[in-house]
Write a new protein. Sequence first.
Length: 367
Amino acid sequence: MNDKSKPRQTATALDTQFEDRVLVGFLLAVSLAMAWIAWPFFGAILWALVVTIAFAPVHDRLLLKMPARKNTVASLTLLLVIALVIIPAFIVGSLMVDEALRTYDSVQTKEIDFAKLGQELQAVIPQRWQDMAGRYFTPDFEELQSKASALVTSGVQIIAGQAVSVGQRAFNFAMALGVMLYLTYFLLRDGRQITRRIGEAIPMRAEQRKAFFDKFTTVIRATVKGSIVVAIVQGILGGVIFAFLDIRAAVLWGVVMGLFSLIPAVGTGIIWVPVSIYLLATGSMWEGITLLLLGIFVISMVDNVLRPILVGQDTQMPDYVVLISTLGGLSVLGINGLIVGPVIAAMFISAWEIFTENRAIAQQASA
């Protein structure tokens, strides 16, 4: 009896293994298909997730006051998102595009003449300094002027082109924005249940799963607080200071400074330092000194003071990893890579840390 039952048990086990493999293959296939279908809205899904994690503390506080009204709390939080993020972004974006188009027109009509600006800057540089520089290299001021003109013109063209592109694809943009806000509402309302279900479906041990989820949430919060918030503050301060000193296109330069602030080891100084030097060189001493001092002690200090307060030791990633992952993410995925790059780097480090810890535990157990 036992001898006859063994082949049956073996066949049943083989059938079960085969069915399990088919199920895994089917899960992979439908998951890839779903990712392919959702890919056009990758940006909307990503930023809905970012906004949800960023505003989760506000949502949780409101939920404590109204625990039985989940829909109302999610709606109120979404209204805060629209009031604090979406509307200001539209206002700043429209002002930036307007200034970019006007700056481009000024460059095209020679109202902003880089050749003349270069000649003025060259004229105020002492001849002794020019001779000293000539011992080591021979600066071609005309070439520098043409490169500077081409750089600024191409930059303004990109901004203007993106604005026109957004206008031409207004329907797609509006649909993506609608998907982001719609998804944000449900993530705020049902985020904990969704996270728990995803966690239960991931084939990992509980402690490993918790480590990955904690790292994922921590990195996104640190990126939002430590990079995006700091960039917004620095951009606003830079724009206000430029406007106070009556520098042309203050909003545009404020946005550009905010964007450069997102890139580690670059920062806002790439904008305000050359402008300060130009103002000093062309005789605008008060404006140049004021911009230089405010740039050092206000704009730059925001990063040194505000980032540690907002982030603390959240990410615990080396600066070079943050730099490479941020620049790599921006290169591959554009603005979305600002979030995806550091998250992938954090997941990479976490995976190797968990693997190393498990291997050490296994070696100790075997010893």
